[in-house]
Design a protein around this ligand. Structure first.
Ligand code: FES
Ligand SMILES: [Fe+2]
Length: 443
């Protein structure tokens, strides 16, 4: 292993040594200098998910968001009109917005009172006459990222004006995002609700790794599976026991995006019947049978349960079941995970309640299993620096790659193809020194 120094801004990364086809060096998860480069090259220079429009439904609704460690605000002006601006005063850099979200037609910096409108445009400077003549000509509006784009209500941004269009970036993943949105009754029917938030002592990539990991399920979640099996004879996730012989598949969708498709098993007969028991289940089923035509009962019941996908959109967006996870890296060994529940605009109270019971089920019981492993992987990497490599070779040499379409590769579901695939994109992004742009001109 090379001991090449890692310096922010330098291309002397020895990336081919740190990230190989079937193994990754521990420093990729532990080195603060690599983390600092990732914030520029993997996050700021790449498309990053910010929020869904349903989180800011009204005029002047806003929410704080993050592009890696860069803090922005998204504010809404109309149907599909959003403005994204940095949460950083043009005067002396104080954060202008101190609330996580809300409704505001103006933002006043608490330090010296500079005033910005809800699109981040400066319109008031106390004691303005004390500034010289050139002040007027300066661009002092809040800084906007180079590109903002929306795909079916999902808002993304990048500071890289050379980044390819959002739809090109999403590529094969678009089709599966569409499937996921259709499970919610279409993108205009989706309401992203509140979040459970986890602050974890681990690198952000350990969370990304796990969302595409079907190998760990019968081991990490053994107690959950055993309880369900002992008490109720199986249910959701029991097919993971012999996962590679199941009908599920792992997909490399290109550009670091990946999918575990559970639907061939989970939705094979009835997704509803395969769920673990939940409070209110019997009453809900009776309610659905009483209020719907018989031919649509099973579809309505199935829409209360998960979408049967773990769909990872690199680098920070994870669709898991009916939920949306957003990763907010904080440092090389700290990450905030925002786990959003979703609702359907067309659903009655009984349906919303049942969807919530489903969405509470795994995060409450299963996320703790995962979170503890993320933190223990980080601890292992940090406390045994002499054992340098993370193995990602599962199904690398078994010849199971199937190209279902150009650039769309399927594998047995427990494959570590997922990790290899996103590290290919990671390495490509990390090997380019990007030019990052923000815009402070008048809109
Ligand atoms: S830092 Fe915002 S007004 Fe001075
Ligand atoms: Fe898990």
């Amino acid at each position: 292993m090379s001991t090449t120094a890692i310096r922010p801004g330098s291309n002397a990364l020895a990336l081919d040594e740190l990230v190989q086809q079937d193994r990754v060096h521990r420093r990729v998860y532990t080195d603060p200098d690599i983390f600092a480069l990732e914030m520029d090259r993997v996050f700021a220079a790449n498309w990053v998910y910010l929020l869904h429009l349903s989180e800011i439904p009204g005029i002047d609704d806003f929410k704080q968001v993050w592009i890696g460690t860069r803090n922005f605000v998204v504010s809404r002006k109309g149907d599909n009109k959003v403005t994204v601006f940095a949460n950083r005063c043009s005067h002396r850099a104080a954060t202008v917005c101190r609330e996580p979200g809300g409704t505001a037609s103006t933002f006043t910096c608490p330090y010296h009172g500079w005033k910005y409108d809800s699109r981040g445009q400066l319109f008031g400077v106390p004691g303005k006459t004390a500034y010289g003549k050139t002040f007027k000509a300066r661009d002092m509006h809040l800084a906007r990222p180079a590109q903002v784009a929306i795909y079916k209500g999902l808002v993304f941004a990048t500071l890289n004006d050379k980044a390819p269009g959002l739809e090109e970036h999403l590529g094969h993943a678009k089709r599966f995002i569409d499937d996921w949105l259709n499970h919610q009754g279409g993108h205009e029917n989706l309401c992203v609700a509140g979040a459970q938030r986890f602050k974890l002592k681990c690198n952000w990539k350990l969370v990304y790794d796990n969302a595409g990991d079907a190998y760990h399920v019968p081991f990490s979640h053994q107690s959950l599976l055993k309880m369900t099996n002992d008490r109720y004879g199986g249910g959701d996730m029991s097919y993971f026991a012999a996962a590679d012989r199941s009908n599920m598949k792992m997909y490399d969708l290109g550009n670091g995006h990946t999918l575990i498709d559970q639907r061939p098993d989970m939705h094979k007969d009835s997704a509803w019947n395969q769920q673990r028991p939940q409070p209110g289940r019997e009453a809900f089923e009776a309610h659905v049978r009483n209020t719907n035509k018989p031919e649509i009962v099973s579809a309505v019941l199935d829409s209360a349960v998960g979408a049967g996908m773990n769909l990872n959109i690199f680098p920070n967006l994870l669709f898991i079941g009916n939920q949306i996870q957003v990763l907010q890296p904080v440092s090389a060994n700290d990450v905030l995970v925002h786990w959003y529940a979703t609702q359907r605009a067309d659903a009655d109270d009984d349906m919303q309640s049942m969807r919530m019971r489903t969405q509470e089920d795994f995060p409450i019981m299963g996320e703790m299993d995962d979170a503890s492993n993320f933190e223990e992987c980080q601890r292992g990497m940090e406390t045994s620096p002499d054992d340098e490599w993370i193995d990602i070779s599962r199904h690398f040499e078994t010849g199971k790659d199937e190209e279902e379409a150009p650039g769309l590769i399927a594998n047995p579901v427990t494959s570590e193809l997922h990790v290899r695939a996103y590290f290919n994109k990671w390495r490509a992004l990390m090997s380019v020194q990007p030019i990052l742009n923000v815009e402070k001109t008048k809109l």
